[in-house]
Design a protein around this ligand. Structure first.
Ligand SMILES: C[S@@+](CC[C@H](N)C(=O)[O-])C[C@H]1O[C@@H](n2cnc3c(N)ncnc32)[C@H](O)[C@@H]1O
Ligand code: SF4
Length: 454
């Protein structure tokens, strides 16, 4: 990396802070002075999982934007707190061997990625260490395993914001440091077909009056190809949709228009993706795992860790349309799959019937509430949970009472996983396997899989 490249990245951060301080000055006129905090020489000892440096001076931590572990920087303190300070690197005196030039030209502004300035192996090492820190209160096996896939081009779905300001359309993602939308002409974490579709769609919309009537764009790539949902913020006449509909047809893109009054597209478009050689139908705006490659590896690993046999009766909690339930039903005697959203439950039933799996029972239930008797009285041998970020605390007493021999927990939020695992450990389980799953490379998101054994 050349010296110019280094300084341009640091300059951006400095500009960003200047903007923030301008709005700060408006709010508090008494502080209407340029920032004159001294420049400090800092050695960066660590990196937060969000990609900021951590320095320690006399026992006090300073978080340094624009620096990573192993670097020496000149930094300006922008906020002094009782517990920690915040600073901005204004000059790097020594680069970390883990630093690389971000691939995406929007990285400094766009809030979509946090770690592109670190090489991929350093990113994964950072995520593992961070996960181990989140699990510090738990007794863990000596080794944490890892699921990793391609570092770019992995996202099979994304939501892109649209905003028109002073007759200028901004189409892209939220900024790192504000709610503003960063105008993005290409996004390299998107699956390549989505990148192409996005570029074509964006250039059409940039020259069209339609853009002022759109709230956001959803992009999806699955085994049927590319699907685009255009969320209208104001009604668009059918005649004004013709040109885009024709573009979509000629580009083999399924284009769906979501009316301002609709929560979901009215067409209820049924799509499908493949996992474990099973076709899973879902509705275009339903949850599916974002990273195809990691999802396949994750399901395969879950099957291997659970080592199911015909004797097993498995409870699949937060099952969606059956991403884990169907693969488990191929191997176990019976699967009881539970999901709150009725339409996903119906989709799960359709998926099971199309795969000729008659040993899955899909149940619609809100797992934060008292569960129905069918679940409370189930005789199970194993359980799999894949809850949303809030975790599954409310259901854990019931789960413990059901006495599974094994619980496999898939999590998108390490802190609720740590909390829930602590509860399970207090109730007689021990952690036998842990895995860091890099579902979202280049970002600070970390997913985890944990196996607990009675
Ligand atoms: C992280 S997704 C996992 C879905 C599925 N296991 C998969 O791999 O595709 C979490 C699922 O939990 C469902 N969910 C969220 N809150 C719930 C609740 N309180 N009770 C039951 N299901 C819930 C969501 O609708 C979603 O399908
Ligand atoms: S989300 Fe896309 S546009 Fe934003 S920084 Fe990441 S790769 Fe670039």
């Amino acid at each position: 990396m050349g010296a110019n490249e280094v300084s341009s990245s640091v300059n951006f951060i400095a500009r960003d802070v200047t903007l923030k301080n301008r709005s700060h000055r408006r709010a508090r006129p008494s502080q209407n002075k340029p920032i004159s905090s001294p420049i400090r020489l800092l050695s960066i000892e660590d990196t937060t999982h969000e990609g900021h440096g951590v320095a320690r001076e006399n026992g006090k931590v300073t978080f340094v934007a624009g620096a990573i572990s192993g670097e020496r920087v000149e930094a300006r303190i922008v906020k002094e707190g009782r517990q920690f300070n915040q600073a901005i690197a204004v000059k790097r005196l020594q680069d970390s061997p883990d630093r690389i030039l971000p691939t995406c030209p929007h990285f400094e502004q766009c809030g979509g990625c946090q770690l592109q300035h670190m090489n991929i192996s350093a990113q994964r090492h950072l995520k593992e260490n961070w996960l181990a820190g989140q699990f510090r209160k738990l007794s863990l096996p000596a080794e944490m395993s890892r699921l990793e896939g391609q570092p770019f081009g992995y996202r099979r779905r994304a939501r892109i914001s649209v905003f028109v300001k002073n007759n200028h359309a901004q189409i892209g993602f939220r900024a790192k440091s504000s709610n503003e939308i960063v105008d993005i002409d290409q996004c390299q974490v998107l699956e390549p077909f989505l990148q192409d579709t996005y570029q074509a769609l964006r250039s059409y919309l940039k020259g069209s009056a339609l853009v002022a009537k759109l709230g956001h764009i959803e992009l999806l790539y699955d085994n049927q190809g590319v699907c685009v949902v255009l969320r209208q913020s104001r009604d668009i006449q059918d005649a004004d949709k013709v040109a885009l509909n024709e573009w979509a047809k000629s580009s083999s893109v399924t284009l769906l228009w979501q009316a301002p009054s609709e929560n979901k597209v009215s067409q209820h478009a049924v799509r499908h993706y493949v996992v474990d050689d099973l076709a899973l139908n879902f509705q275009a705006q339903d949850f599916i795992q974002v990273n195809t490659q990691i999802n396949e590896a994750m399901v395969e690993q879950a099957m291997s860790w659970l080592a199911l046999s015909e004797d097993d009766v498995v409870l699949d909690l937060f099952c969606g349309a059956g991403n884990f339930s169907l693969p488990m039903a191929k191997r176990a005697g019976h699967v009881l799959a539970v999901e709150a959203i009725e339409t996903m439950v119906e989709m799960g039933r359709l998926n099971a019937s199309q795969a000729h799996l008659d040993n899955i029972e899909f149940i619609a239930a809100d797992l934060t509430q008292s569960p129905p008797n069918r679940i409370k009285k189930a005789k199970i041998t194993k359980a799999l949970l894949d809850p949303p970020r809030a975790g599954a605390l409310e259901f854990l007493p019931t789960l413990v009472r059901l006495k599974p021999q094994q619980i496999l927990y898939v999590s998108c939020n390490a802190s609720t996983l740590a909390r829930d695992a602590e509860y399970l450990i207090e109730n007689g389980f021990r952690v036998t396997k842990v895995c860091m799953m890099d579902m979202f490379p280049q970002t600070s998101h970390v997913e985890a899989m944990m196996l607990l054994q009675k």
